[in-house]
Ligand binder design. Structure first.
Ligand code: GAR
Length: 187
């Protein structure tokens, strides 16, 4: 059985979807959730599935102890699912091609620092984009610039609002993210 660690900072709907998807398989389990936000809803979601949660402060991420905790678990894949801090280079170096992120836009557009969640969906509507989508990519030392593994698009109309865009993105994420993780783990 392979081991997945999920990093998340907020609601954790993707984290929970990954947890429940793999519970139904013999391929992998989410064995731990790491969060930098002591108030994140992802904590409750993980606990409901009896999954241990590591809560850490932003500065701790840069210190050796988070890397050590990861190494003790020895994961096959680290999944960033709504994790909003820059991922540290000391962990990236130790896990080449084993850290992936989901981004709620079609990279390389609408990526980079400050581009997350509703900020992106508002910019998409303001710019009257005809489509948006999701990108699943490897994590490297630059925000949202690692090699793209998968993208899916959705059409937009001029009646879309940031909230309806968020719903469309949520649907794409729920549909594709666990499947793509499974494909990576089966390679
Ligand atoms: C997701 O839409 C994810 O793509 C996005 O945050 C949301 C987290 O939702 N990530 C980013 O914007 C990263 N730049 P969730 O906590 O319910 O999974």
């Amino acid at each position: 059985m392979k081991k997945i660690i999920v990093f998340a900072s907020g609601s954790g709907s993707n984290a929970e979807n990954i947890i429940t998807h793999f519970k139904k398989t013999e391929i992998a389990r989410v064995v731990s959730v790491f969060t930098n936000n002591a108030n994140a809803k992802v904590i409750e979601r993980a606990k409901n599935h009896q999954i241990p949660v590591e809560i850490f402060a932003k500065n701790e991420l840069l210190e050796q102890n988070i890397l050590q905790k990861i190494q003790e678990i020895d994961p096959d894949l680290i999944v960033l699912a709504g994790f909003l801090l820059k991922f540290p280079e000391n962990i990236i170096e130790k896990y080449p091609h084993k850290i992936i992120n989901i981004h709620p836009a079609l990279l390389p557009n609408y990526g980079g620092k400050g581009m997350y969640g509703m900020h992106i969906h508002r910019a998409i509507v303001n710019n009257k984009e005809k489509e948006t989508g999701i990108s699943i990519h490897y994590v490297n030392e630059h925000y949202d610039e690692g090699a793209i593994i998968f993208q899916a698009n959705v059409a937009l109309t001029d009646t879309d609002t940031p909230e309806t865009v968020a719903e469309k993105i949520h649907e794409l994420e729920q549909k594709h993210f666990p499947e793509i993780i499974q494909t990576l783990l089966e390679q």
